[in-house]
Design a protein around this ligand. Structure first.
Ligand SMILES: [Zn+2]
Length: 281
């Protein structure tokens, strides 16, 4: 399967339509590889980042990464020799301190961006001294942005909550590489008012990684329609296709539920298999 999700759509959406011929691409193509749950490898313009991919045990009901892929990622073997590792929060289906620590120890130029709860867990990693200077784990207050620049990648760190009553920090990231922009909001439970604080409705986003509940449930869909402007949407946190019973059952099953997301939102790319990879022009 090949995705025909064109970057030119972004140009049309923003209104800067080319007058003749094909629109000028706004930047290099990107390839996005699914790792598991909300975990992806993004490659663009010779730069790479891993987000929510370095976890181990996972959580029952959601994808667990194969041992082979985990080993390669933790060893920072190509294609996992990334510039930046990001984690939206410290839950077991997004982050594992030993997995992140091992990767960083094996990839001495790489930086880590995550929450202070992630930082606390990383202190127990046996080679902590080798990695501690490369951790960016400040959490902005809601509405504020902390920017991290590394290796030609600019990351805007946003505070997008995981439920107001839960004691878990959750970060959203706007990653910019060579004119391309990638939004990942982790396990956000935020309403559109939080997205508005970050002006996501007026920010041109090439690829938005959105947890599937925002694309599946009536009350949530408007938050994406009104609150986030993206040329391409990649739904995430979707349970494995063959799992029974599944959190997708109340959406009519995996196939029906994901088909419905594609019908209702433009340019949705559904990932199902570990290491499934698509190129976005
Ligand atoms: Zn979570």
């Amino acid at each position: 399967m090949f995705v025909l999700a064109l970057w030119s759509v972004a140009t049309l959406v923003t209104g800067s339509v080319a007058t003749a011929g094909a629109p000028e691409p706004a930047g290099p193509p990107a390839t996005v590889t699914y790792i598991g749950n909300e975990g992806f490898l993004v490659e663009c313009g010779g730069r790479k980042f891993l987000i929510d991919a370095l976890y181990r045990a996972g959580v029952v009901g959601y994808a667990v990464i194969s041992y082979e892929t985990r080993q390669k990622m933790e060893a920072a073997e190509p294609p996992f020799d990334v510039d930046i590792v990001l984690a939206t929060h410290y839950h077991d289906d997004h982050f594992n301190a030993d997995a992140v620590g091992t990767h960083l120890a094996n990839n001495p130029e790489a930086r880590f961006i995550g929450t202070s709860q992630c930082a606390e867990a990383l202190k127990d990693f046996e080679r902590y001294d080798e990695i501690k200077s490369r951790l960016h784990t400040s959490v902005p207050t809601e509405g504020d942005i902390i920017t991290v620049d590394h290796a030609g990648i600019r990351v805007d760190v946003m505070n997008i909550h995981h439920g107001r009553t839960r004691n878990v920090q959750n970060l959203g990231y706007l990653v910019r590489i060579d004119g391309r922009s990638f939004l990942h909001i982790g396990d956000s439970q935020a309403d559109a008012d939080v997205f508005k604080l970050y002006k996501l409705e007026s920010t041109d986003i090439d690829i938005a990684f959105i947890p599937y509940w925002y694309l599946a449930y009536a009350k949530q869909k408007t938050k994406v329609r009104n609150g986030i402007r993206a040329a391409n949407i990649i739904p995430m946190h979707i349970p494995p296709k063959d799992l029974r019973p599944s959190f997708m059952d109340d959406l009519g099953g995996w196939q029906f539920g994901t088909d419905q997301m594609k019908r209702e939102f433009k340019n949705v790319t559904i990932y199902a298999d570990e290491l499934e990879k698509h190129r976005f022009e």
